[in-house]
Design a protein around this ligand. Sequence first.
Ligand code: PLP
Length: 365
Amino acid sequence: MTAQSPLVFNITRSTSLRPQAERDAILANPGFGKHFTDHMVSIDWTIEQGWYDAQVRPYGPLMLDPAASVLHYAQEIFEGLKAYRHADGSVWTFRPEANAARMQRSAHRLALPELPVDLFVESIKQLVSIDAAWVPSAPETSLYLRPFMIANESFLGVRSAQKAAYYVIASPAGAYFAKGVAPVSIWLSTDYARAAVGGTGAAKCGGNYAASLLPQQEAYENGCPQVLFLDPLEGKYLEELGGMNVFLVMKDGTVVTPELSGSILEGVTRASIIELARDRGHQVQERKITIDEWRDGVASGAVAEAFACGTAAVVTPIAALKGRDFIVGDESAPAGELTMSLRQELTDIQYGRLPDRHGWMTRLV
Ligand SMILES: *Cc1c(COP(=O)(O)O)cnc(C)c1O
């Protein structure tokens, strides 16, 4: 492939912008993932041309050939990050280079083309600039950004696609916990694994989510909003939730989280929480954690707190872990102290209420 000059985004403004009153009504109660902004980004790729035709264009349906490979062999990856409005009106995002690098790793695993980090960050800037009015300003609200990539070659043969497209869409997001942060109970899946050894667990791909939906449904039926998966080989070690990483806080202040096993998705929130806890002098261990260690630790008092983390809900306290014939913890337990204080510190950095000492924030508007 020849070296390419940086792509210039071709901008086509929507001629049917949502009226301000309608936008304001949506921003007053956005929910999550239900409403979308006026524009989207698209960039095309072919094996001959590399990345080309970068566009900001009106939000709207995609035209796909019914033989497009993504529809048959699930060659798809995605990312999730947020734009935060600060008190002075400026708009920022959190560690976008980390999401860009992860998308490259996911692309590699799914045999999709790697989008350059600069182009990823620029695509976010372009979309948030044109749709800046869609970034809400109420506490704990944000504009959720969803970059994704699909293989769109019309070919039913089984091999990696020679044509792909990258898109970014954006959706205003309300406070995840509308009535204040509430601890949740999570369901332990023993019948299903999320990912296999040597599989795609470490890649952020739609297929992993498809595999998690049935156990997720089982969790709902048992009164739990999330599922915890165990390692796919022995069914003994904690891995993660369907879309969040998991942490325990021990009585002595040690913070533990499952080590990256190859089938765990490496969260940007996970990495950030590890740094913030270390900054405060907590010992942080990334290691194997058995389900028995959690169960016995709650009984003996050695495990003091549990939480899950990810971009969408930031940090979610876990009150109890439920299975078919057991419950660990107390469903009405309050959120852990360190859990809530790490959550506060992280959101304070993201919303510009604390100095950005790690250089994690990138200004968009
Ligand atoms: C996205 C995701 C996470 C959380 O990652 P963040 O970068 O913190 O949002 C955790 N687990 C899975 C399976 C995910 O897809």
